[in-house]
Design a protein around this ligand. Sequence first.
Ligand code: EPU
Length: 337
Amino acid sequence: MKRIYNNINLANRNSFGVVECAKTLVEFDSAEDLKEYFVEQKPAKWYVLGAGNNTLFTRSYDGVLLTPVSGRLEVLKDDGVNVDIRVEAAHDWDELVAWSVEQGLWGIENLSAIPSSVGAAPVQNIGAYGAEAKDAITVVEYFDTRTMEVVRLSNEECHFAYRESIFKQELKGCAIILAVEFRLSREAKPNLGYGDVIKEVEARGGATLANIREAICAIRGSKLPDPKVLGNAGSFFKNPIVERAMAEALLENYPEMPYYPIAGDEARVKLAAGWLIDKSGLKGYRDGSVGVHDRQALVLVNHGGATGGDVMRLAGYVCQRVKECFGVEISPEVNIL
Ligand code: EPU
């Protein structure tokens, strides 16, 4: 199945809610659909638009947007402890998390309520509350537009890192993710070390899957705007990774500054961009139809009627202020088209 739309309005296909158009949008079901389309049309410019939760359109898109529509979930293997599943790209991420919690399967519960599709999850290795998608992913299956073949990559071959993967690097512009495989577990493995998670879980009676999911949803709900109410793409910026010496110099002036070690990298640390933006005095800052969210400074919001250009202007201002105040460069996490 393949559906082709021309001159399509993208307002309902991006969580920022900016009004832009695409010349062509193709909804596809399978690798066969993609092969047929690429052989026949040879598109020179294309981009995969999943649920549109991490993309900012700054102008009308003059290429082809490719949107997966198939989202089947299949249990591949169940040995009584570990359960291997295969989920196609269009499956809603949070529905997958809800399903895993209902089934009593551990592994992705800390990633509750992240607005994403399953196919987008490995691209930027979505992460929250001390967990990342990479911790549960075993295989990513994609269509390679150079060879027109379906390729399966193991977890290691995906080169996952903080908000990074091979799909943002070497395979950028040649891979269309079809399905992701995960290994979940019936063995309880609560991961409660991040921020308020333990407190919120204990307030709900202890570390069950359902309580963890509920706690994470509550924490997220209290800080992050619902894109259905206020257009946004979650964290607009990545948390910057800086030399340890730079962090130490900043800590002399700001001993309360949050920072995080990076596994396997002693020389550098990760800072909290939200804290830097907040301390630069920009939390709740508003410039016409766009603004910095008033409960989480890492999130830029569309107060209504914003264009992608408006968001970019604000993003530039935020980067400039953080650089002036702290000498730290922050960069977008969102894909900008
Ligand atoms: N902070 C402030 N002011 C703010 C925001 C944050 O002072 O306005 C401080 C917090 O008090 C805390 C630190 O900065 O000490 C970190 O804040 P938080 O725990 O809220 O997490 P984050 O680093 O701002 C990251 C992810 C989020 C994820 C949370 C929880 C990135 C870019 N963002 O945010 O992911 O939900 O951790 O794990 O890594 C997303 O990617 O869209 C996203 C929402």
